[in-house]
Design a protein around this ligand. Structure first.
Ligand code: ACO
Ligand code: PYR
Length: 491
């Protein structure tokens, strides 16, 4: 069993430009606890008043996980951590000569004394202490081991080797941890950064070398290129190494999305385990294999990590994929229609287009000569903006078909006229469908104030995503038309 210290709320939040408010910190901490992490590094209490409010909110929640704060080897940091009622501290001491000489401007002896005084102080105040060597992988290993041994003598409960600038290799990681774990009597943990893209591999090698705990972040976020990613390390441990953790793996996708939303850091589509492409397949040969047996191209069942399989149609699709999608949609086509739809998919694919399920419905309608039904239409739009008024929009939406007597009228403010108009549509539709606007991009086509603008929106309803473009001279109309088009495709 390997323990997980999750540092999404500390090292993860150190991602440049990211700052969580106390409510957001708490929301993530509750998700992490539910996920099953053993220790939550909730932040650095010294950082700010808001940070302390967030940590206090977490410690007052009665979570199962141990809650700790990052501290330097300084009593002032430990006092702030105590004020937040944490269970323990992640007490970090620079150990490489580069850091000791240039950053601390101390000697090794002075640094050692600082570290031991701080450990004693934290222990005297009843805290669990994890003593970390910062930049340990560029340090003199004999000095690192001396500091750890003396730290344990004065009460450190665990020690941690930090690969602060991500320079370990899997081979060095294994050897280093084999040696340290052989000499230290308390659990040793590993904290890896991803500067060379090897944080996951180095963490796994450290565990093979004897590390009993690892520091990880959701989605691998963190300083510079990030930290070792929790979902990658955990799944590799469970599936490839047969080593257990307390993580409930089926919750990984959901937690990944909560962190992404609150930290405003998109998850790259190709991110292992939790990316939207992690279980997506377009190539015809792959899809044919998958339909025959999922194991042909999936090393992990997607439901095991809360993700899902996506069969994508595009340039590389074969007929087995199209038949599979049509069966799922309950659509039956004549042989001739099938060939036409397949040809359209290949042609659109050649133009670089990704064909979503809603695009497929549109193609089928076109091939059959049926006009697509627009279920909701914009009837009226009024937007007011100026230098002495908060931008405000009112809209009237009308339904078609059996609901044609119904209409939705809504008003909303926004930071600008486009925002106000989109907010009004969102408000109006909140009772109809749970649709979120994931991306909004605007581009000018030509120059001058009368140039066309192209608005691209990405909308999501559950797992279904549509991307729609609209071009007009009027940016508000272009934005509203794109959103309305997307909504009609999704409902
Ligand atoms: C590898 C890591 O991720 S380390 C964690 C990084 N996290 C953070 O920095 C948390 C957010 N930081 C902050 O809010 C601020 O930096 C604070 C409040 C901690 C300190 O702010 P300031 O007092 O203005 O100091 P500043 O940030 O400019 O410099 C850091 C000081 O801490 C010292 N220091 C750095 N690490 C340590 C350590 N582990 N133990 C003791 N002292 C340390 C530096 O030598 C420097 O001291 P100096 O001012 O005497 O030269
Ligand atoms: C402590 C820490 O975050 C590091 O050394 O990377």
């Amino acid at each position: 069993m390997v323990k997980i210290l999750d540092t999404t709320l500390r090292d993860g939040e150190q991602t440049p430009g990211v700052s969580l408010n106390p409510h957001e910190k708490l929301e993530i901490a509750i998700k992490l606890d539910d996920l099953g992490v053993d220790i939550i590094e909730a932040g650095s209490a010294i950082t700010s008043k808001g940070e302390r409010e967030g940590i206090k909110a977490i410690t007052s929640q009665g979570l199962k996980a141990e809650i700790c704060s990052f501290t330097r080897a300084m009593t002032v940091d430990i006092d702030y951590a105590l004020e937040c009622n944490v269970d323990g501290v992640h007490l970090v001491v620079p150990v490489s000569d580069i850091h000791i000489k240039h950053k601390l401007r101390k000697t090794r002896e002075e640094t050692l004394k600082c570290a031991l005084d701080a450990v004693e102080y934290a222990k005297d105040h009843g805290l669990i202490v994890e003593l970390s060597g910062e930049d340990a992988t560029r340090s003199d290993i004999d000095f690192l081991i001396e500091l750890f041994k003396k730290g344990v003598e004065v009460g450190a409960d665990r020690v941690c080797v930090c690969d602060t600038v991500g320079v370990l290799t899997p081979e060095r990681s294994y050897d280093l941890f084999k040696r340290i774990c052989g000499e230290i009597s308390v659990p040793v943990s590993v904290h890896c950064h991803n500067d060379f893209g090897m944080a996951t591999a180095n963490t796994l090698s450290a565990i093979r070398g004897g590390a009993q705990e690892c520091h990880l972040t959701i989605n691998g976020i963190g300083e510079r290129a990030g930290n070792a990613s929790l979902e990658e390390v955990v799944m590799a441990l469970h599936i490839l190494y047969n080593i257990k953790t307390n993580i409930k793996t089926e919750k990984l996708y959901e937690v990944s999305r909560v962190v992404s939303r609150l930290m405003k850091i998109p998850v790259p589509p190709n991110k292992a385990i939790v990316g939207d492409n992690a279980f997506a397949h377009e190539a015809g040969i792959h899809v044919d294999g998958l339909i025959k047996n999922n194991q042909t191209y999936e090393p992990i069942p997607p439901e095991m990590v809360g993700n899902r399989r996506r069969i994508i149609l595009g340039k590389h699709s074969g007929k087995a994929a199209l038949k599979y999608k049509l069966d799922l949609m309950g659509v039956s086509l004549s042989k001739e229609e099938f060939e036409k739809v397949y040809e359209r998919i290949k042609n659109l694919g050649d133009l670089g287009k990704y064909i979503s399920d809603v695009d497929l419905k549109t193609i089928i309608n076109e091939v059959r000569g049926e006009s697509p039904e627009r279920k909701i239409q914009l009837d009226e739009l009024t937007v007011v903006s100026g230098n002495k008024i908060t931008p405000v929009a009112s809209i009237r939406l009308k339904f078609s078909g059996d609901r044609k007597e119904e209409q939705l009228i809504e008003t909303s403010f926004g930071v600008g006229p486009v925002d106000a108009a989109i907010n009004a549509i969102r408000k109006a539709l909140s009772s109809v469908a749970d649709i979120t606007l994931e991306e909004y991009h605007v581009r000018s086509i030509g120059s001058g104030t009368d140039a066309f603008v192209e608005v691209t929106v990405k909308l999501r309803r559950g797992h279904e995503v549509v991307e729609v473009k609209s071009q007009q001279e009027d940016i508000i109309r272009a934005s509203v038309d794109a959103v309305m088009e997307g909504i009609n495709l999704l409902i």
